[in-house]
Design a protein around this ligand. Structure first.
Ligand code: AMP
Length: 395
């Protein structure tokens, strides 16, 4: 059995994991991908191998898997049982916020953990769980090195106008700036573009990461120059349960006239808005796409409208567009949403090849399309494994 690197993505109610091995010293190979979901309610462990064969699918005892730490224990036991004599070479974590300071993946230390804890108010629904998983590994496997990979890092280096929030300096000194997220996804896409679509990899590319969280990133020569998510993961596009761009006056009104509490407003903005808020039916695009209720149709229309509008905005930032890439759950799987966004972006020179689009590409634009359009599956976990291997010097 080969030694392995573990990639963890810890959320409020789930612990996603990947096991990567490197049998021939070249590149990481996915050995298992799984999750413990329903933490605190109805916990369940499931895992599959690279070919999609089930390795585990079992209900867990709700009383003993109440939090993320307990989930790490369950995972550790499963890994021991499955990979017996093999060593864990390192653990790479997805950490949502690295603030302005962490511009690249970083080896975890107690000091780093303390600094990352200061960023919890900037990502209250993700950061605490990311850090709890690091703590749990620290306690159980103190000798295994860990690496934190941030969703914000790839965007550092953007021009000042893309990062600044137009607020007084004394407030901005508290870290108020635009950070951008989904950076590991964009970094992965940027890393494969030279081999997948070399003709536009060095040009002006807009990547649409459309999943339950959604954003766009403007790439120039493979580097992020702007994105639609900002200070928190609430900005920009309409998402499953988050509204995207919202007049800040709305938030004032919620506080001052409707007397909502900060906790109520937080829950509204992170969990009850977006597709779910508009439709009143579901946050899942699959549930909404072909429904006839006017609210469901409006939710889908708004999702497409915002995406097309922001593509136009980033086209202005880039001074034109050479390529458009769709990725993540909706971007990779929904030909209909891609079709609608491409139709609305026709003025930019996007010309869709309907057949290729239905077949999910990878290239879905016609030969004569001025903008070449692609579907490229993202792989944030592989990006984390690569960073972990590089930083820890794993062979
Ligand atoms: P992600 O956050 O990237 O895992 O994406 C999850 C979202 O992708 C789900 O909430 C669904 O809304 C969406 N999704 C997955 N498959 C499809 C599909 N075939 N059609 C439309 N939406 C899909």
């Amino acid at each position: 059995m080969n030694d392995y690197a573990l990639v963890l993505n810890a959320g409020s109610s789930s612990l996603k994991f990947c096991v990567f091995q490197r049998p021939q010293q070249e590149g990481w190979r996915l050995a298992a991908r799984g999750q413990i979901e329903g933490i605190g309610t109805a916990p369940r462990l499931s895992a599959k191998d690279d070919g999609g064969k089930s390795l585990a699918d079992e209900r867990l005892d709700a009383g003993s898997v109440r939090d993320g730490r307990a989930a790490v224990d369950v995972l550790a036991a499963w890994l021991r049982a499955r990979y017996g004599g093999a060593r864990v070479l390192g653990v790479g974590h997805r950490v949502v916020h690295g603030g302005a300071r962490f511009t690249s993946p970083t080896v975890v230390s107690r000091q780093l953990l303390a600094e990352l804890a200061e960023l919890i108010p900037l990502a209250p629904l993700h950061q605490p769980y990311n850090l709890a998983a690091i703590e749990a590994v620290f306690e159980r496997l103190p000798d295994v090195p860990q690496v934190a990979c941030f969703d914000t890092s790839f965007h550092r280096g953007q021009p000042a106008v893309a990062e600044v929030l137009p607020l007084p300096l004394d407030l901005r000194q508290h870290g108020l700036q635009r950070y951008g997220f989904h950076g590991l996804s964009y970094e992965y896409i940027a890393s494969v573009l030279p081999s997948v679509a070399p003709e536009m990899a060095g040009g002006r590319v807009i990547v649409a990461h459309l999943g339950s969280g959604a954003s766009l990133c403007a790439l120039k020569e493979g580097r992020s120059v702007d994105s639609t998510l900002g200070f928190t993961a609430l900005d920009g596009l309409c998402m499953g349960t988050r509204p995207g761009t919202l007049d800040p006056g709305v938030v004032l009104y919620l506080f001052q006239s409707l007397n909502l509490s900060p906790k109520d407003v937080e829950a509204l903005l992170y969990k009850k808005s977006g597709l779910l808020g508009i439709s009143g039916i579901s946050n899942d695009m699959r549930d909404l796409l072909y429904r006839s209720e006017p609210e469901a149709r409006l939710a889908v229309e708004y999702f497409v409208y915002r995406a097309a509008r922001e593509i136009g905005a980033l086209a202005a930032v880039l001074g034109g567009v050479d390529g458009l890439v769709f990725t993540a759950g909706i971007g990779e799987n929904s030909a209909e949403i891609r079709r609608r966004i491409c139709m609305a972006s026709g003025w930019l020179g996007v010309e869709l090849d309907a057949e290729e689009n239905v077949g999910h590409g990878p290239r879905i634009s016609t030969r004569q399309s001025r903008v070449s359009v692609w579907v490229i599956p993202t792989n944030e976990e592989l990006m984390i494994a690569r960073h972990t291997g590089t930083l820890l010097g794993l062979r």
